[in-house]
Design a binder for this molecule. Structure first.
Ligand code: LIP
Length: 264
């Protein structure tokens, strides 16, 4: 149904990536805490994406990370993170992506995530599988002891970080290794391609995971909140895995640690 606009969305994502690459030494502003940043380029990219995507799909509305842009009044609306991995962008760590999801009748139907530094274009259309640069991708079949686990410890709100570090320590003792890449959308896309296998972030927003979470499910993976909340806008914590058994392996460890802490 939306196949005809997927190519247009991919082109728009690529052009947004060019805006990122063409920028240098952007002005940086803080958002609420000292560790939560936004740059003039985040704002410029979001304004570009909003204009182009609304023109691509007349009648659609737009939800973006920046400037409290939240219009879900249409049956078709976009959820956009103009630069996922803003701190990486500011520090030129070259691991930031443009993230675009399309929601139709309350369900994701298309996801596009573009890393302009590596020219990796991840995309998926409902029922059609997931792709990276035109090549079909799918999750790994690794067991927990062979998994790489991507996580963060709550960069913008460190009040819960000691719990999250304890969770990481438990998982680290079982799995192969841990990665903290600083971009939820990129980490979830790398899970969709089978490079990463398990994922947990204690605090995320819909724009961080809407597109990449959909790409992951179309690649055979599974994504949820720790307590199983399915609504994108109510899913604060996010867990994801290459298969349902490994998702429950993650969920069990996380909930045990949360319940241990509350019982003390
Ligand atoms: C970031 C995520 C990252 C998370 C950060 C932040 P932003 O998104 O991609 O994984 O740990 O707290 O939410 O703010 O760079 O778009």
């Amino acid at each position: 149904m939306f196949r005809n606009i997927c190519d247009g969305t991919i082109d728009i994502a690529r052009r947004a990536g060019e805006i990122m690459l063409d920028s240098s030494d952007p002005e940086v502003m803080d958002k609420g805490t000292k560790d939560n940043h936004v740059t003039e380029i985040d704002l410029k990219v979001q304004q570009f994406l909003k204009k182009e995507l609304l023109a691509l799909l007349p009648g659609s509305t737009f939800v973006g990370e920046e400037e409290d842009d939240d219009d879900r009044s249409s049956d078709d609306y976009w959820i956009v993170d103009p630069i996922d991995g803003t701190t990486n962008f500011i520090r030129n760590l070259q691991m930031s992506v443009v993230s675009i999801a399309l929601i139709h009748s309350g369900e994701p139907v298309m996801g596009v995530v573009y890393n302009p530094y590596t020219d990796e274009m991840f995309y998926a259309l409902k029922g059609n599988g997931s792709f990276r640069n035109g090549k079909k991708i799918k999750v790994s079949d690794r067991k927990p002891e062979n998994c790489i686990f991507a996580t963060s410890w709550g960069a913008y709100d460190k009040s819960g970080s000691s719990e999250t570090f304890r969770i990481s320590e438990k998982i680290y003792g079982i799995c192969e290794d841990i990665r903290r890449m600083g971009s939820a959308a990129y980490e979830l896309c790398k899970t969709a391609e089978g490079s990463i296998d398990l994922y947990y972030e204690p605090i995320l927003h819909p724009w961080d995971h809407a597109a990449a979470g959909f790409i992951l499910t179309e690649a055979g993976g599974i994504i949820s909140s720790v307590y199983g909340e399915q609504d994108l806008f109510k899913r604060n914590s996010v867990i994801a895995a290459n298969n349902p058994d490994n998702l429950e392996f993650l969920r069990k460890i996380i909930i045990e640690e949360k319940e241990r802490k509350t019982s003390q």
